[in-house]
Design a protein around this ligand. Structure first.
Ligand SMILES: CC(C)(COP(=O)(O)OP(=O)(O)OC[C@H]1O[C@@H](n2cnc3c(N)ncnc32)[C@H](O)[C@@H]1OP(=O)(O)O)[C@@H](O)C(=O)NCCC(=O)NCCS
Length: 172
């Protein structure tokens, strides 16, 4: 598998997989399919050529035989008082290739890149409490749950709790 930063060239395949995830794994994402399907290509073009084109704000894609099979978003906070923190978001691997280490490779590439981010001290993320596959993956890299929000999400009338996790990075 090859991991690279997604660019405007990847908009169609990224969008297609995001929409698939929003249908098949709707509990894993905050946005609904109906919200995302109406987002225009121009909007994505803007994001991929502006904020997601930065060294510390990007989406990584995993490719197998030139096909996008998974992705994960990363964003470092930029304001002075919070720039020691970053956020991992929007992680997804296609169902047919899960449990084969794709998620691990994506996380490892994030961690490799954070090594070059001076002053970065922690990676935060939010995950639905009952999402054991994702929580196990994050825990295996040292992420720890530091809080839980009851009823954080209300999806079709059903409430879901959300865990907040943090990985404290080695200072450099
Ligand atoms: C969470 C997700 C990204 C994991 O991707 P993946 O490629 O299957 O993960 P990996 O194969 O690299 O697995 C790494 C570790 O995660 C954990 N894990 C993955 N799938 C698991 C499962 N079904 N049950 C329990 N643990 C699981 C294990 O600790 C595993 O390590 P192991 O294989 O040594 O036991 C994938 O399941 C997914 O896309 N889920 C839907 C979207 C989602 O939940 N995103 C996260 C939102 S916060």
């Amino acid at each position: 598998m090859i991991v690279k930063k997604l660019t405007a060239e990847n908009i169609d395949e990224y969008r297609e997989l995001r929409l698939r995830g929003l249908i098949e794994d709707s509990d894993s994402f905050l946005r609904t399919y109906e919200e995302e399907v109406n987002i225009t290509k121009t909007f994505y073009l803007h994001r991929f050529t502006n904020e997601w084109a930065a060294d510390e704000n990007f989406i990584l894609g995993g490719f197998s035989n030139n096909e996008l099979i998974g992705f994960v978003g990363f964003r470092r906070e930029y304001q002075e008082k919070v720039k020691h923190k970053s956020l991992l978001w929007g992680m997804y691997v296609v169902p047919e290739l899960r449990k084969k280490g794709v998620g691990k490779i994506l996380i490892e590439e994030i961690l490799r890149r954070t090594n070059n981010m001076k002053g970065l001290e922690q990676i935060n993320l939010a995950v639905i409490t009952k999402n054991e596959p994702a929580k196990n993956l994050y825990k295996s890299y040292g992420f720890q749950v530091y809080g839980t929000e009851k009823n954080a999400v209300k999806s079709n009338g059903i409430y879901l709790d959300e865990d907040f996790m943090v990985l404290i990075l080695k200072k450099h």
